[in-house]
Design a binder for this molecule. Structure first.
Ligand code: ADP
Length: 393
């Protein structure tokens, strides 16, 4: 069976999944794993057919970089699983202003994607490193880059601009939006499970350790809470979301913080973690009796509801509100809190359906469909990769 390898490379981990390509391009997930602790305490773990397929630790020097980690994964797949993928699909955070869909990567495309590194300095270099090394070691192996920004590239100028001098827009300072692979997958699922709703005005709330919301009309992205970077919009596990840019100036000028101090704080110490002083994980906060944990969750739900108001205005009304990702799929208490705050738009909840995690969780009297649709970004990458390989590009 032909297989496709999906790779999501971060700074210290490489997550991967292997999909089998069946007849009619149907995809079956065969293996899911990750190498984490790269350069520190590398450990390769993977699950196949519901059981542990490997759990192996390495010395720090044996797996010192992300490309080496991917090479180790490839060796294991070849040797132990007899898997030699026909193509690799990569999650790449930034496609810049140009790329509105996945592409085969060659040296020229890689150079263009490398030029976007300043737009996502923490993520883009890690996403591209394994692509670069595979281009050198396996130039015959088709590689496809799938972008978190691509799905949002159809935004109109009003959604795409900041009110700063236009020269910066031309240099790439734009409201890109992220989590696009998740929104694209959820839009596709909605078209299957609720075709009428999928044609309407829909807000999808991707609530994971990163969180954003997207306004969809007829399955296309109209606007998003995220902008130039994945810091904007909703508060997240460790990122603040919306913040007055004056705060950043204050931290630099009055608190004496350097730009890199501020960057580290904004990505690592803010959001639920910063507000609660307890944890970035919603599970810990829900389990805690500490009032700071309650406050952090209230703040999170409040900002989701405020953003829903903004996106409802962008859509000119609302037909459905959809929860997805780690928190959206697994935390009924958060869904309940958010929907209560959306009462003004006519949303209500069926408590039993919500507790059971059904697809439709709105109450009978709700004027807005409230739904829970699990996301699958890796499946989306595998589909794009299979489509490009199958179509010969
Ligand atoms: P990412 O892919 O961005 O790491 P996920 O979509 O997997 O994020 O979401 C991870 C987050 O989901 C965790 O940080 C945690 O807060 C939340 N989460 C996962 N399971 C649950 C649960 N059962 N209850 C509440 N929150 C959960």
């Amino acid at each position: 069976m032909d297989t496709i390898l999906v790779v999501n490379a971060g700074s210290s981990s490489v997550k991967f999944q292997v999909f089998g390509v069946g007849g009619g391009s149907s995809l079956t997930r065969l293996i899911k794993g990750q190498m984490d602790g790269i350069g520190v305490r590398p450990r390769l773990r993977a699950v196949a057919d519901g059981s542990v397929a490997i759990d192996q630790s390495f010395a720090a020097g044996e797996v010192a970089t992300v490309p080496i980690a991917l090479a180790r994964v490839g060796e294991w797949l070849r040797r132990d699983r007899e898997i030699d993928p026909v193509a690799v699909g990569h999650r790449v955070v930034h496609g810049g202003p140009d790329f509105d869909r996945p592409v085969f990567v060659d040296a020229g495309i890689l150079a263009r994607l490398t030029a976007f590194e300043p737009l996502a300095p923490l993520h883009q270099p890690n996403n591209l490193a394994p692509i670069r090394s595979l281009l050198e070691s396996r130039p015959d192996l088709p590689q496809v880059a799938c972008f978190d920004t691509g799905f949002h590239r159809g935004h109109d100028a009003l959604a795409d601009h900041y009110a700063i001098p236009l020269q910066f827009y031309d240099k790439g300072v734009r409201r890109y939006g992220f989590h696009g692979l998740s929104y694209e997958y959820v839009a596709g699922r909605l078209a299957e499970v609720a075709p009428d709703i999928a044609q309407g005005r829909v807000i999808v709330a991707h609530l994971g350790s990163g969180a954003s919301m997207c306004a969809l009309r007829e399955g296309r992205s109209l606007d998003s809470t995220m902008g130039f970077t994945a810091l904007d919009g909703l508060p997240m596990g460790t990122r603040p979301g919306n913040i007055d840019p004056g705060v950043i100036l204050y931290l630099i000028e009055q608190e004496g913080m350097s730009a890199s101090d501020v960057q580290a704080m904004l990505y690592r110490d803010c959001g639920l973690k910063g507000l609660s002083g307890i944890s970035n994980d919603v599970r810990d906060l829900l389990a805690s009796a500490d009032p700071r944990a309650r406050f952090a969750l209230d703040y999170f739900c409040h900002r989701i509801a405020l953003s829903a108001g903004m996106l409802t205005a962008a859509l000119g009304g609302l037909d459905a509100f959809v929860f997805t990702a780690g928190i959206g799929e697994n935390a009924p208490a958060i869904r309940e809190d958010v929907v209560r705050r959306l009462g003004w738009v006519g949303a209500s909840l069926d408590p039993d359906a919500n507790a059971a995690g059904r697809t439709t969780i709105s109450g009978l009297d709700s004027r807005v469909a409230v739904m829970m649709v699990p996301t699958d970004e890796e499946m989306m990458i595998a589909r794009h990769t299979a489509a490009l390989v199958g179509g010969g590009g």
